[in-house]
Design a protein around this ligand. Structure first.
Ligand SMILES: Nc1ncnc2c1ncn2[C@@H]1O[C@H](COP(=O)(O)OP(=O)(O)OP(=O)(O)O)[C@@H](O)[C@H]1O
Length: 812
């Protein structure tokens, strides 16, 4: 029976592989031809269009000729891309055409359909029969959500129910059937066992073949504005998030493009770690960034920005320094919704008084003073929104600059510049200036040029026949105009970039020396403890044109309230991974910046290592308030897939409420705690263990430390002991590579290793309650082996762990 089945499956696999090859061969010439056409067009683009700008008609003709050519080219490129995508999908399928099958009998229909599931669909040449169903098709969800028996799946037309007769999983390489299992309850524990038993990789893997039911609910959730996933360490949050991106791109392929999805990830190294999952699934990567990068982008070099890792280093190491408590309170407060409201009140107050501007100066003279700007600003109707008034002000300033420029043309300094030129130079300068002037013009968008030419022609017509513009007569006037224009360029740029609003001053003004001033400006918002010291620290930092990390978001939020117009209306989905590390303030900011986006937040409050963390679920979470309960879905993931049962049982007992976390039944060695009275022998043992792990063939081994300084110390100690091939990972490390490494815990977030060695698990390193989660995060990075090294007292969180759950190796 089994043999017969095996033969049937192998035959089918051969048939599908054959068909895939046939279709690829058919498609190949088409792909080549379209590619040739498109690149030909691109090469000869400028030959095909006529560009002539001498008259209005010519210009118009050129404009439309270019537009037409662009449309033609992009149509050709689109067809090429589409064919190429089909071809690539087939090529991907050839490596492993499908991974699952369900036999389903729909209620009321007599026959049973065999549904083979793979990373993309493949239809028979009649275009009707699905030889392979894409895993994202509605019917494929049966595979993830049900076991054999009564089953149903949702389609746009309603629920379809019936009976699942069979659920089968395959391991296939090329056209060779390696194995298959008939699954009963959950999707093949046996396959999952195999997948999870493998070594860590320098790149995250797609989990498409073994998505679990609870993960599938995340992937396919398409109804809520806000999806919040609280999931234990290693429960597949990141994996599910990436699969969800692929799902959304498939489901909404007509409307949604990869660049309309943004993933906020914890650090650049993580970006590189997850960057291959979507391409592996045949989709383009979404936009990936870190919040820090995003802030830096908006600040545009305006201020020097502290990064979150320096902030966390401070939090972990500066307890003994002056002002520490105030800074911590400050971090908390500036992350809160209370501060957000304070800023909103502040903006209202600024509508009436207190705005700060930077005057416009030129050659050490005031052209427009800050007072004049303020006076103009407050002359506008107070009912107009603050940011709209700033736009009015900007227009006014540009006009003023034009007016002043006309006046300046007659000024002596312009004359002086002219006087310096002898006849030849004069002519040369003239032509140079003219060229420059024309070059600048080229920079404009073509449509702007078009409008400008029209404008000029209109003026030209108004001058009348007798009054034809004569270049030679106007030479000096024009030269004067150009000289002033050149000199005024930076001023106009400053106005255009709204640099006349003194945001630094405005943000700083909030942190006045007197508490009462803050209350007056924010309509009586309460201040946190240590307010005066918080205010002093903030002012001092701003005075150096620097921003603490905790100030960056509020600073930009204020800028946004005043200057407006930062919203991104194109992005449709935002994913926030390690969501517990973002503040309520940051969430409110994201919501404001991306008004058309849905949000998916994935995180684990058990791993909340930053002071500004947000609890994702539970009664008090500000995240539910963000879009309201009716627009929010909450999903919890309790099963942990990353680590062995032994590791999960050990780590979860350090976490209050950790008993909820369920390990997946994959067995391994118990965590080992090595203790020593002598620090050197402890490090010697660590080096020895590390070597042994390498020899055992473990591909990725991390020595995890608490801080960057400790990482450096560990790295030096280990290299001194002859461990050559070991990398030191710092916040500047951009790519994730396997091998042996030393890494601070906060950078190991989101990634995983075959083995983890906790460099110092003593109470000297981890003592405070606030560091419990950092310690937990570090330990939960281990897939297979977890070793902890202790000299002296144990970290207090280990005391609650049942002694049965670990082994102790005591050295002399
Ligand atoms: N359904 C699944 N099938 C196969 N592997 C899975 C599945 N779910 C999770 N995994 C594996 O478990 C590991 C942890 O997954 P992932 O990193 O997505 O978890 P996480 O919840 O984001 O973890 P953390 O919060 O600890 O960073 C990965 O190796 C992933 O491939």
């Amino acid at each position: 029976m089994m043999e017969k089945e095996w033969k049937l499956e192998q035959d089918r696999l051969n048939k599908v592989t054959e068909k895939l090859k046939e279709r690829m061969a058919e498609l190949q010439p088409e792909v080549d031809q379209l590619y040739g056409q498109a690149s030909d067009m691109r090469r000869h683009f400028w030959e095909e269009v006529t560009v002539n700008t001498s008259t209005e008609e010519d210009f118009e003709e050129s404009y439309f000729s270019i537009k037409q050519q662009v449309a033609l080219l992009s149509e050709r490129e689109r067809s090429h891309q589409k064919r190429l995508q089909q071809w690539k999908n087939m090529k991907r399928l050839l490596q492993s055409p499908y991974f699952g099958r369900i036999d389903f009998t729909e209620k009321g229909l007599g026959h049973t359909e065999q549904v083979y599931i793979g990373v993309s669909s493949f239809l028979a040449s009649d275009g009707m029969d699905f030889l392979i169903y894409d895993w994202r098709t509605p019917i494929a969800s049966l595979y993830y959500d049900h076991s054999p028996g009564p089953a149903a799946y949702a389609t746009p037309g309603g629920l379809i129910s019936g009976t699942m007769e069979l659920k089968r999983q395959y391991q296939i390489k090329g056209n060779e059937l390696i194995n298959f299992f008939d699954a009963s309850v959950t999707i093949g524990d046996s396959l999952l066992q195999q997948v999870l038993g493998q070594g860590a990789n320098n790149q995250m893997k797609s989990i498409v073949a073994t998505i679990q039911k609870e993960q599938n609910a995340i992937i396919r959730n398409d109804s809520s504005r806000m999806l919040i996933v609280q999931g234990a360490a290693g429960s597949g949050k990141t994996s599910a998030a990436l699969q969800r991106v692929a799902y959304l791109l498939y489901k909404h392929r007509e409307r949604l493009k990869a660049d309309q999805i943004v993933l906020f990830s914890p650090n650049s190294m993580f970006n590189s770690y997850v960057s291959t999952v979507l391409p592996e699934l045949g989709e383009e990567n979404m936009q990936q960034t870190t919040f820090q990068e995003y802030l830096g982008h908006w600040l545009g070099g305006e201020m020097q920005l502290e990064d979150p890792f320096d902030q966390i280093e401070y939090v972990l190491t500066a307890q003994e320094t002056e002002g520490y408590e105030a800074r911590i309170e400050g971090i908390r407060y500036k992350a809160s919704e209370a501060f957000l409201h304070a800023l909103q009140h502040y903006a209202e107050w600024l509508g009436k008084e207190g705005m700060r501007f930077t005057g416009i100066r030129f050659q050490n003279r005031d052209l427009i003073t800050a007072e004049q700007i303020a006076e103009q600003f407050y002359s506008y109707d107070a009912s107009v929104r603050l940011s709209n008034r700033v736009i009015l002000l900007q227009e006014w300033l540009l006009k003023e600059l034009k007016r002043i420029a006309r006046r300046e043309q007659e000024a002596d300094w312009v004359g002086d510049e002219l006087d310096y030129l002898d006849n030849d130079q004069y002519a040369e300068a003239y032509s140079e200036l003219l060229k420059k002037f024309q070059r600048d013009e080229e920079m404009f968008e073509i449509s702007e040029r078009y409008a400008e030419v029209q404008d000029r022609l209109r003026k030209f017509e108004n001058l009348g026949e007798d009054n034809v513009f004569d270049f030679s007569d106007q030479q000096e006037v024009m030269l004067r105009q150009m000289i002033v224009k050149e000199h005024f360029k930076p001023l106009r740029r400053m106005v255009k970039r709204m640099k006349f609003v003194d945001i630094n001053g405005l943000y700083g003004q909030l942190f006045d020396e007197k508490e009462s001033a803050y209350l007056a400006m924010t309509d009586g918002e309460e201040v946190p403890p240590h307010w005066l010291e918080i205010a002093r620290q903030t002012r001092e930092k701003l005075g150096r044109e620097e921003l603490y990390y905790e100030d960056a978001t509020p600073y930009l939020f204020l800028k946004e309230l005043i200057e407006g117009a930062r919203m991104n209306t194109i992005v449709r989905h935002i994913f926030v991974d390690e969501g517990q590390d973002y503040s309520p303030f940051q969430y409110a900011f994201l919501k404001r910046l991306f008004p058309n986006a849905r949000m998916t937040v994935l995180g684990d409050f058990g791993q909340a290592i930053f002071t500004q963390s947000t609890n994702l679920q539970g009664g008090d979470t500000p995240l539910v308030r963000l879009y309201g309960e009716s627009e929010t879905s909450l999903i919890a993931l309790l099963r942990s897939y990353r680590s062995t049962k032994e590791n999960v049982e050990f780590t979860r007992s350090m976490l209050p409420g950790g008993e909820e976390i369920q390990p997946f039944d994959r067995r391994g060695r118990k965590p080992v705690i090595t203790t020593a009275h002598n620090r050197n022998s402890l490090i010697g043992q660590l080096a020895h263990d590390l070597k042994a792990m390498k020899a055992e063939g473990l591909g990725s081994i991390a020595v995890i430390t608490k801080t960057a300084a400790e990482s450096k110390e560990a790295y030096e100690a280990l290299t001194a002991l002859g461990l050559g091939e070991i990398r030191l990972v710092t916040k500047d490390t951009l790519t994730f590579e396997t091998g042996a490494m030393v890494i601070p815990a906060y950078l190991a977030k989101g990634v995983e290793f075959d083995a983890v060695l906790i460099y110092d698990a003593s109470s000297e390193a981890y003592n405070r309650e606030s560091e419990r989660k950092l310690f937990y995060t570090a330990c939960t990075r281990a897939m297979h082996l977890l070793n902890l090294y202790i000299h002296g007292e144990w970290a207090p969180y280990l005391n609650s762990v049942n002694k049965e759950l670990y082994e102790v190796q005591a050295l002399e």
